[in-house]
Design a protein. Structure first.
Length: 102
């Protein structure tokens, strides 16, 4: 498991704890070495981003450059871009799952 401090803006995370457990979201800002803010653009909009303890998140290897670029340029990202990043990640994991099976 990668060191939790290595999360990046735009990175997809799987939520392990809380009422959103099992869902995925995008890191939209990093508070400090223990907390990040996440949003998915759907149930959890950018303006109501959720503060999460890194221990309750499982970082995925997928990083959305669209989200990262948008946040770096303007400090904001649209909920559409967040939804798109989550959808792209879900699609990429579906194809991997199919490849592994017989």
């Amino acid at each position: 498991m990668s060191n939790p401090g290595s999360l990046q803006i735009g990175q997809i995370v799987k939520i392990l704890k809380g009422k959103d457990a099992g869902q995925v979201a995008v890191v939209v800002s990093i508070e400090d070495s223990r907390f990040v803010y996440i949003a998915d653009g759907n149930k959890r909009k950018f303006d109501q981003k959720k503060k999460k303890n890194l221990l309750h998140l499982e970082p995925q290897s997928f990083i959305s450059s669209e989200v990262a670029n948008s946040l770096n340029e303007s400090g904001r990202v649209t909920n559409g871009k967040l939804r798109y990043a989550v959808m792209k990640f879900m699609k990429s994991t579906e194809t991997h799952a199919e490849e592994k099976g017989d």
